[in-house]
Write a protein that binds this ligand. Structure first.
Ligand SMILES: Nc1nc2c(ncn2[C@@H]2O[C@H](COP(=O)(O)OP(=O)(O)O)[C@@H](O)[C@H]2O)c(=O)[nH]1
Ligand SMILES: [Mg+2]
Length: 289
């Protein structure tokens, strides 16, 4: 059952019972807020309901929205047509980086008058990832800059930025490998890539987006922590929101690391990507929509 349906069932029209508060805390934990955050929201909400004389579940759900909104953060990532824009997609294996690279390219080229994006096959670790990106490039009619499997991802990014400069393309969207078995290695690799792009993409707009699988649960917090220790993350992209029964992870990450969310993806088609909007996100989460 979807999280929204569960919270709607717990906090319906009827008068709230004392035990409902504990059940609400449990439910919020299952909704990926994390235990401490869930407890503090319930405490705040209880106080709010007493203060304002709210006794019904629906009123409580509405009251919870501003409490959560105080922690939620969003950001708008929009390529600047006057400069070269470099978007680096980061995240562990399987979260949807390669798919999201294609979605973003499609999102930003459709009817927005911008010249075609260049896709950079920065995941040089898996041959399949390079093929996957080439396939998307073909379908979308976009140039893909790639090297062989095993080559230096920094060199691929370097080439892609050069290609964009000579093509007059204003947008490079770079896929990366998602190994996280060794945090030290990941950090080193990321820092190196970041340095190359920073120096190469001089006077351009350069953004690092962390892709998070919404079905991952609390482990996503550890991913956000590891990646943001290595490089500055400008925003999150939440994927697989279509198959997630919960979805509170974006607020939990915002609260703990101050990272805002930029996009939400809810399917495998190119058009299944949307700008993150705190208001509608919370309405959906709390079953208010
Ligand atoms: N249902 C659903 N599947 C997704 C979404 N985004 C990616 N996927 C799927 O997740 C799997 C892994 O995606 P991929 O882009 O290869 O992940 P990567 O390893 O991070 O590059 C693929 O089967 C994608 O089709 C999404 O928003 N919803
Ligand atoms: Mg990939």
């Amino acid at each position: 059952m979807k999280f929204a349906d569960r919270i709607r069932r717990l906090l319906g029209m009827e008068t709230i019972q004392e035990t409902d508060w504990d059940d609400l805390a449990d439910l919020l934990v299952e909704g990926d807020l994390g235990a401490a955050f869930a407890e503090s929201i319930v405490t705040e909400l209880k106080a709010y309901c007493i203060r304002t004389g709210i006794h019904d579940g629906e009123g409580a759900r509405k009251g919870m929205k501003p409490l959560l909104a105080a922690y939620a953060r969003s950001t708008v990532i929009e390529p600047d047509p006057a400069v070269l824009n470099v978007i680096l997609l980061l995240g562990v294996n399987g979260v949807g980086k390669t798919t999201t690279a294609a979605k973003l390219a499609s999102f930003w080229s459709n009817g927005r008058g911008s010249p075609g994006a260049i896709l950079a096959a920065g995941d040089t670790f898996r041959a399949a990832a390079i093929e996957q990106l080439k396939h998307h490039g073909q379908r979308l009619g976009l140039r893909v800059v790639a090297q062989e499997r095993g080559s230096d991802p920094g060199a691929v990014l370097f080439d892609a930025i050069d290609a964009a400069r000579s093509d007059g393309s204003r947008l490079v969207i770079a896929d990366t490998a998602g190994r996280m078995h060794n945090k030290q290695n990941l950090m080193k690799e990321l820092e190196k890539m970041d340095k190359i792009v920073s120096s190469k993409a001089d006077s351009s707009q350069y953004r690092k987006l962390l892709v998070i699988d919404a079905t991952t649960g609390q482990n996503a917090l550890r991913q956000a922590e590891a990646f943001s220790e290595a490089v500055k993350i400008d925003g999150l992209i939440l994927t697989k929101y279509d198959s997630s029964a919960r979805g509170g992870i974006a607020i939990a990450i915002a609260r703990e690391f101050g990272i805002p969310t930029a996009f939400v993806c809810d399917g495998e088609r190119y058009e299944d990507i949307h700008l993150f909007d705190t208001d509608s996100y919370l309405d959906e989460f709390l079953g208010l929509a």
